[in-house]
Write a protein of this length. Sequence first.
Length: 94
Amino acid sequence: MAERTNELATTVRDRRIELGLRQRELADLSACSPGFVAGLEAGKAAVQLDKVLAVCAVLGIDLRLTWGNGSIVSGLGSRPSGRQRVSGSVRRTR
């Protein structure tokens, strides 16, 4: 879990820098606090998903959730039979 959190943190920070944005500017564009952006970039594990999605949308980052068998989660009713772990991946879209 920490590896994926760090992957997201690094991707967000690198993309923000690439776009020439300060943390405060990214926070303003994504309607969250500079402290939230700082925590996200630091790999803080407990963050609000809606804010993470807003930051990623501004940066052109696509988050994708997959079931443990590798199939993409497309909705609440799409869960494969049996117990499966959900994992995520980070991909830049722009």
